[in-house]
Design a binder for this molecule. Structure first.
Ligand code: HEC
Length: 169
């Protein structure tokens, strides 16, 4: 019986020691992990995915102050918009994938229609004055959105086309 008690104690002591050892090891790992995590956090801070920034109340800077979007999409208008987009925008934008510029899919869930039209019609001023456009410029490594000298109606048609974009396009 005595022998048994003693060996039990030995076991308990061994367990305690090994636990202590584990804790120490864990602490060391945590410190290493801490450093690692800090580095990982610092990176996105410098280049946050600002393109995902949602600001529906911001109308941007430019000639467009108010756009009424009827619930129903005007498919004829969207078709014309698609044609203009294909000739003037696809050098830098793919409809559903990030390219030289962001993908316009879902842009109207991130930005107001006025903002999008001002970005199309007045990008030079937007990237200087508008906080979201400024961040986009940084995110796209300083590649500026190009002014394609569109008329307001043309920008409006492209906006309608953007409304039709779905993941399958
Ligand atoms: C020479 C390349 C280039 C061309 C051509 C171009 N863009 Fe851009 N566009 C960009 C870049 C780069 C950005 C993001 C960086 C920035 O805004 O400066 C951008 C941003 C945008 C944004 C903001 C997107 C968002 O997610 O907020 C819209 C909208 C847009 N472009 C529409 C158009 C339309 C419409 C056309 C055609 C009339 C066009 N762009 C032509 C390069 C281009």
């Amino acid at each position: 019986m005595k022998y048994l008690t003693r060996s039990l104690w030995v076991l308990v002591a061994a367990a305690l020691i090994s636990c202590g050892g584990k804790d120490e090891k864990k602490e060391k790992e945590n410190i290493q992990l801490g450093n690692y995590e800090k580095k990982e956090v610092a990176k996105p801070e410098a280049s946050e995915p600002e393109g995902d920034l949602v600001d529906m109340s911001n109308k941007g800077v430019g000639p467009v102050e108010n756009v009424d979007l009827p619930d129903e999409i005007d498919m004829a208008m969207a078709k014309e918009g698609e044609e203009i987009y294909n000739s003037k925008c696809t050098a830098c934008h793919k409809p559903t994938k990030k390219f030289i510029g962001p993908a316009p899919i879902g842009v109207l869930e991130r930005r107001s229609p006025e903002w999008v039209m001002n970005m199309i019609l007045n990008p030079e001023e937007m990237i200087i004055k508008d906080p979201v456009a400024k961040q986009l410029l940084a995110e796209f490594n300083g590649a500026p959105m190009a002014n394609q000298n569109l008329k307001r109606e043309e920008a409006r048609k492209i906006l309608e086309y953007f409304r039709t974009l779905k993941e399958t396009n």
